[in-house]
Design a protein around this ligand. Sequence first.
Ligand SMILES: [Zn+2]
Length: 116
Amino acid sequence: MNESTNCPACQSEHAYQDRDLWICPECGHEWSTTSGAEATAPAEAGVRDAHGNALADGDSVIVMKDLKVKGSSSVLKGGTKVRNIRLQDATDGHNIACKIDGIGAMNLKSEFVKKA
Ligand SMILES: [Zn+2]
C-alpha cells in the first residue's frame, strides 16, 4: 500500500500521519483521513413535509388528507391550509404544533402535510 498523500494545502509530499490525522510539516495543515469525515456535518434532522421539503416555524402547510382531531369529533379536512406552524420535538411523530380556525390547537404529523 503506497499511500502517497500530499498536503491538500501546499501539495507537500512530506505529510505524515498521526493517528487519524495527517499533518503537513511544511505549512502546518492538518486534515483527517477518515473518509467522509468532512461529510459528517450534523445531519439536518429537521422536520420535512410529505415531499421532503424542510419546514420551519411560521410556515404555512396544507393538510393532505382528512385527519381526525384527537379528543373531538371534528375532522381536519384534507386541503385545509394551516398557517404559522410551530415545529416541536415529538416522540409520537406529531412534530408540528398549530392552531386551526374552528378546531383550535392541535398537533400534526409532518408526513401528512405539504408546504403551502
Ligand atoms: Zn502543507
